[in-house]
Design a protein around this ligand. Structure first.
Ligand code: AMP
Ligand code: MG
Length: 327
């Protein structure tokens, strides 16, 4: 595969040294690049929150090498978790479970549950197997911004800061993992991703609730990180429907149009064409948003993606948050 970068052992050793010293190492996963630190080292995790400017109430995902390491950070490992891990790991599915006492509460935003996932990327797995300890790995961008899908995105977000970046090519999946809460009696998808609720329900052999709840920043929330505005470019962005084309193009200023359709727009407007197939679209989306920001247009216009479940619904979720205005 063109982008499957194999791990460089010297880099993995250096990364592990840094992690042991409580420093931060960004690593590639199949979803997006993560900002890694030792999940059991409170000071190291605090550095990740500070680097991202992430609210302390937004818990982090703990990355593990597999079910065995997952058991070390969870207080319970029910049959459901075992089944989902066997089926989907390594892969883009995060499980919410009661946390073990060894996990500092800064990781979980003060809550009693922890999010765990085993990433499907040779570099991430090499790091986890070598380091032998769980790593937090929120997306390696400043809080609220566009997630990074290349090492270059990470380097430009943290230029001049003490962050080692492991190279791993372009992320294959391109959007964040599906988050499923299996800590209670009623499994629920808290964040859509590449793994669909139907697939999860099929593996669990029971219905799975989809919790669309968005956290407004006020009051308790089952998934504290679900901010209404997220994944957003710096340039004002809005979504449009096919029926609005081409009237949606501004008379003054320039637009970058991101679309899965064949669309033409005269300069100064630009068109970034993404795949019309869900997996390809998701893989290219964040790079397109980064590129749109770099082009310095006055507005980013994103064509509403086709309705669908699975990856298309995860894409729509990200686009809705990316185009939500700040309060
Ligand atoms: P990110 O690390 O940016 O991909 O975001 C992690 C996502 O997982 C956020 O949406 C969090 O709210 C969610 N998450 C992490 N830990 C928990 C938890 N214990 N309970 C519910 N959601 C969680
Ligand atoms: Mg993020």
């Amino acid at each position: 595969m063109a982008d499957a970068v194999s791990p460089n052992l010297a880099d993995i050793h250096e990364a592990a040294e840094r992690l042991r010293a409580g420093r931060v190492v960004a690593f590639p996963t199949e979803t997006v690049y993560g900002l890694g630190a030792d999940a059991l080292n409170e000071g190291a995790v605090a550095r990740v929150f500070a680097l991202k400017g992430r609210p302390s109430t937004n818990p982090l995902i703990v990355h593990v090498s597999g079910p065995e390491m997952a058991r070390r950070v969870t207080a319970e490992w029910p049959e459901w978790a075992e089944r989902l891990a066997r089926w989907f790991w390594p892969g883009p599915l995060t499980l919410i479970l009661p946390k073990a006492a060894c996990v500092p509460s800064i990781v979980t935003g003060g809550g009693g549950t922890v999010a765990v996932r085993c990433p499907d990327h040779p570099v991430a797995l090499a790091l986890l197997f070598h380091y032998q300890r769980p790593l937090v790995g929120p997306s390696a961008n400043k809080s609220g911004g566009i997630s990074p899908t290349t090492a270059e995105h990470v380097r430009s977000a943290f230029a001049g800061e003490d962050v080692m970046v492991l190279e791993g090519g372009a992320c294959r999946t391109g959007i964040e993992s599906t988050v499923v809460d299996v800590s209670g009696a009623d499994p629920a998808v808290l964040r859509p991703g590449a793994v669909g609720a139907t697939e999860i329900a099929a593996v669990l052999r029971r219905p799975v609730r989809i919790d669309e709840g968005t956290h407004t920043g006020v009051g308790p929330s089952v998934s504290p990180g679900r901010m209404a505005r997220h994944y957003a470019p710096r340039t004002p962005a809005r979504m449009f429907g096919a029926e609005e084309w081409p009237g949606v193009l501004p008379r003054d200023g320039s637009a970058v149009v991101i679309t899965h359709e064949e669309r033409r727009a005269d300069p100064p407007h630009r068109v970034i064409r993404l795949s019309s197939e869900a997996a390809g679209y998701a893989a290219g989306l964040y790079a397109a948003l980064h590129e749109a920001d770099a082009l310095g247009a006055t507005v980013v216009l994103i064509e509403r993606p086709p309705a669908g479940d699975g990856i298309w619904s995860a894409v729509l979720d990200r686009l809705t948050r990316a185009t939500t205005e700040e309060d």
